[in-house]
Design a protein. Structure first.
Lengths: 103, 173, 664
């Protein structure tokens, strides 16, 4: 039995589906960020395995992943800073309760 | 024919990824959610090592597991109100979310399996010097074809902006 | 002085209105008042110069062949409706316009000066809105002057409206008092209703005669009123009739209704007594001397037309004679001094109207006095003298009200001791209006009575009786205010005569009231511009003086010393007294007609239709739009998760479509 490309895509797909589910259902903003990280991570896996299986003599997928990790880190840091700031003002982190700016 | 050790490793990793992903989005306590995320990220790092991208795996562990998850934990602890667990989301919302996610998985899964002929290929041996730290460094700072100097600089600016933004946001007015 | 200076006479008050109205707020109140007085003084001097030049000057070409011409100083086109129907704005001087210039500027000048003292409290501080008051006075003076020098009906109508507006603004000067606000609204609405008829009349007349201009309607080739011109103007209507009367008769009747509204003829008189809520100098200027005679002026202006259309003239005659009696009867029982004077004004204006109306009768007696037009001259003469002595009476009343802070004569009594100057001035005014020689009213009223007797014995006796009532009610007021019993001092300071700014106008007007009767009006103000040779008719004069003396004696008997007689009479004729006191229930009748009949049966259904059908349709449009917006509002709810959900569904749909396409 060989480890084919398909076998790596399946866990990635499941991870992405979980990310979507979490993003759509969770209320806590931090939990939403966690779901977002899941989706990003599954995309990273796809980049890497496609690169490795289909174009082994190039490294574009790997570099894409590298940059994606960097950007994800920056994005997460900022998002969490905003969330903590919002919490400081409104004392809550649930998005359906944060309706102060709504009409 | 793969080595049995490799196969076992793969199955363990796949199982961890699938189970922990599901637990991440279904557990009610957010701190556990972050912990399951950490497991998923570790498992991902193992996949990168399996692909022979040792540097990428190291980055994954250092940045994701070491940095982002710690940030998450900090944020959770800062915003967590004791005795107020995340309540159960209403079921209609859950059903809707599950339907959307499952639909997405079904469509993409069908796509993968229907066009799976290119997915059947096997792992080839990588030239050893190809993914060494030295060559990665050269690629990152070269301006030739497949050189990544420009994105490298761009992301450095992004990170700077992110630092400044973080300071501005976090500063007490 | 060139007659073209009339432009300055009109322009200065207009300038003063804008100047005082706009810049007055920033200025000291007293300074504003003095500026207004100075502006009015200049206007008065110019107006006197122009009028005296017109009457006595020889170098302006206004007299030709012994006929005093109407001089058009200035008459540019303003609006051209068709080639023939053009509205002009101009200035025209003829005997009555020149006389009105003198009347208006004299009374206005006196009121400007008097108000300096009247519009202050007892410490000499000017009241709130002092500048506004002077600006409105200037606006009124401008409008009234513009009215009398108008060259055409349309211009008269515009200035008619403007005097109405100034009257409204000045009646409602104390806009914080609900009574004043109601009075101003009432005056405005009633005169507006009348002006609607006026406008109808103007449109009818101009449509059938093809012109607005007086020099085509009434002025002949020699520049004076001409029956031939009026006849030809009416005949251009081509004998069109409506409901059995010629359209010109209808038009002239409508125009008279407009004038009756301004001049408070029965049954449109109801606004005038209420208009006394305004400051008393305003009542003296607008509601006694000038604006209320605008209707008389209007009929006098179109006099030849009315002479030709006898039907319209008969209506004026009947309305005038009835109003004179009706108002005099009410004036006999009023306890509010200003209301009594207001009804006296109504009665006197009715005298003028009647006099105008009877003057067209072609009886033998009038032939002796120089043909048609004695009544016209008498009416204009009475307008002149009445303006003077009625302004005097109102200003005296203002002084009394200023001193005792009440309009009710029960609060006055016995003021002769405290206010001797006012008392003498008031007495002169009363003698003048009662028609005792040699005061002004005697001469003019005598001419009116002669003209009435010329129309018919009945008319003459009726008007003589009203003249007797006039003497009675004026002296009733006088005795009740200044005698009757000792004055009870209510406030800490006893009433006294007033500062010189208020006393001086009283003295001037009292002097004019004494001597005005000697003005040779029959030489100057006649309808055809020719001198009217007349002499005193001793029969009529003697009898009218006798009737006036009877009236005065009766008033003396009843009201000089405190006694039981008035109360007894009141108890005896309580029904009649009550009816007269309540003004014969005219206000109640108006209330009934407007509220019960018009509002209930006409306006209510219209309002229902408006609210239900018209508003309902638009409300339905609005609510449909609102509901639709409310429905689609959910699409943009601000929840990022919903957006992602929709996005995801869309992306999946695209993926499915792509795959289906590839498979096929």
């Amino acid at each position: 039995m060989n480890l084919t490309l398909l076998m790596y895509l399946v866990p990635s797909l499941v991870m992405f589906g979980c990310g979507v589910y979490g993003f759509l259902t969770r209320k806590n903003m931090i939990a939403i960020m966690i779901s977002l990280e899941l989706m990003l991570n599954s995309v990273d896996i796809n980049f890497v395995v496609f690169n490795r299986y289909l174009f082994p003599d190039q490294m574009d997928g790997m570099f894409f992943t590298l940059f994606a990790i960097g950007i994800a880190a920056a994005e997460t840091a900022l998002a969490l800073a905003i969330i903590i700031n919002v919490y400081r003002v409104a004392r809550k982190v649930d998005i359906n309760e944060l309706t102060k700016l709504k009409f | 024919m793969e080595s049995v050790g490799n196969l076992i490793l793969y199955f363990v990793v796949a199982l961890v990824i699938i189970v922990c992903s599901v637990l991440t989005v279904t557990t009610r306590q957010i701190l556990r959610s972050a912990t399951y995320l950490l497991f998923v990220l570790f498992a991902t790092a193992v996949i990168y090592f399996q692909m022979d991208y040792a540097f990428l795996g190291a980055v994954q562990i250092a940045v994701y597991a070491g940095g982002i998850v710690v940030l998450f934990v900090f944020a959770i602890l800062l915003t967590h109100q004791p005795g107020k667990d995340a309540h159960q989301v209403e079921s209609s919302r859950r059903v809707l979310g599950a339907v959307a996610a499952l639909l997405g998985v079904a469509v993409c899964g069908y796509g993968i399996f229907a066009y799976a002929n290119f997915c059947k290929c096997n792992l080839e041996q990588l030239p050893a010097d190809k993914v060494s730290i030295e060559s990665i460094g050269h690629f990152l700072l070269s301006t030739d074809k497949f050189g990544y100097l420009l994105p490298f600089e761009a992301i450095s600016v992004l990170l700077l902006a992110c630092i400044i933004g973080g300071v501005v946001i976090a500063r007490r007015r | 002085m060139p007659l073209s200076y009339t432009i300055a006479v009109i322009a200065i008050p207009l300038f003063m209105f804008f100047f005082l109205g706009l810049a007055g707020v920033k200025m000291d109140k007293k300074l504003t008042g003095w500026l207004g007085v100075i502006g009015m003084l200049i206007t008065t001097i110019l107006a006197y110069g122009v009028a005296l030049t017109y009457f006595f000057g020889s170098d302006q070409g206004q007299i030709a062949d012994g006929v005093r011409k109407a001089v058009v100083v200035f008459n540019p086109d303003w609006l051209s409706f068709t080639k023939t129907l053009v509205v002009r704005m101009g200035i025209m001087l003829d005997p009555i316009a020149a006389m009105m210039l003198i009347v208006i500027t004299t009374v206005s000048m006196m009121v400007h000066l008097y108000s300096l003292g009247y519009m202050c409290d007892h410490h000499g501080h000017a009241e709130k809105g002092f500048q506004r008051y002077y600006a409105f006075l200037a606006l009124f003076t401008f409008s009234m002057l513009g009215l009398v020098v108008a060259t055409n009906l349309f211009q008269i109508f515009i200035f008619f409206e403007m005097v109405g507006v100034s009257s409204y603004l000045l009646i409602g000067f104390y806009y914080q008092s609900p009574a004043a606000v109601h009075a101003s609204k009432k005056a405005f609405i009633v005169t507006r209703l009348a002006d609607l008829f006026f406008l109808l009349g103007i449109m009818l007349l101009s449509f059938y005669t093809g012109t607005f201009d007086f020099d085509k309607l009434v002025f002949g080739a020699n520049g004076a009123n001409s029956l031939e011109v009026a006849q030809s103007a009416i005949s251009t209507a081509g004998g069109a009739t409506f409901l059995g009367c010629s359209v010109t008769a209808w038009a002239l009747t409508f125009i008279f209704i407009g004038g009756a509204g301004k001049s408070a003829m029965y049954p449109l008189h109801i606004w005038l007594p209420d208009a006394m809520e305004g400051p008393t100098p305003v009542s003296a200027l607008i509601h006694a001397a000038t604006m209320v005679v605008a209707g008389v002026f209007l009929v006098a202006r179109l006099f030849p037309l009315y002479v030709i259309e006898q039907g319209a003239m008969e209506i004026i005659c009947v309305v005038g004679a009835f109003t004179a009696f009706y108002a005099a009867a009410i004036a006999c029982v009023q306890s509010d001094i200003k209301r009594a004077l207001a009804f006296s004004t109504v009665s006197q204006i009715a005298f003028m109207m009647t006099s105008l109306a009877v003057s067209s009768a072609d009886s033998g007696l009038i032939e002796i006095h120089g043909g048609q037009g004695l009544g016209f001259m008498a009416s204009m003469f009475h307008l002149f003298t009445h303006a003077m002595f009625k302004a005097l009476l109102f200003l005296c009343a203002g002084a009394i009200i200023h001193a005792v802070h009440s309009n009710e004569n029960s609060q006055m009594h016995g003021l002769h001791k405290y206010m001797p100057i006012t008392s003498f001035a008031f007495l002169i005014g009363c003698l003048a209006i009662a028609g005792i020689p040699p005061f002004a009213g005697f001469w003019s009223k005598d001419e009116i009575l002669v003209a009435c007797y010329a129309k018919g014995m009945g008319w003459g006796i009726w008007m003589s009786m009203v003249a007797g009532m006039t003497a009675f009610y004026m002296f009733r007021i006088y005795f009740l205010i200044f005698h009757w019993r000792k004055h009870e001092v209510h406030t800490e300071h006893a009433p006294s005569d007033q500062p010189w700014t208020m006393t001086l106008p009283l003295i001037i007007l009292a002097t004019i009231s004494i001597v005005a009767g000697f003005v040779p009006a029959h030489d100057l103000v006649t309808w055809d511009g020719k001198e009217l040779h007349t002499q005193l008719n001793w029969t009529v004069a003697g009898s009218s003086v006798l009737i006036a003396c009877i009236g005065i004696g009766l008033a003396y008997k009843m009201y000089f010393k405190e006694n039981e007689l008035p109360d007894k009479l009141q108890a005896r004729f309580s029904g009649l007294w009550e009816a007269a006191y309540r003004r014969f229930y005219m206000d109640e009748l108006y209330q009934f007609i407007t509220h019960k009949v018009i509002f209930q049966s006409i306006c209510k259904p219209i309002a229902k239709f408006d609210r239900g059908i018209i508003d309902g349709f638009f409300n339905m449009l609005a609510s449909v739009t609102g509901q639709a917006a409310y429905g689609i509002r959910r699409l943009q709810n601000g929840s990022i998760q919903s957006y992602v959900y929709v996005y995801l569904v869309g992306a999946l749909a695209l993926a499915v479509i792509t795959m289906v396409c590839v498979l096929i």
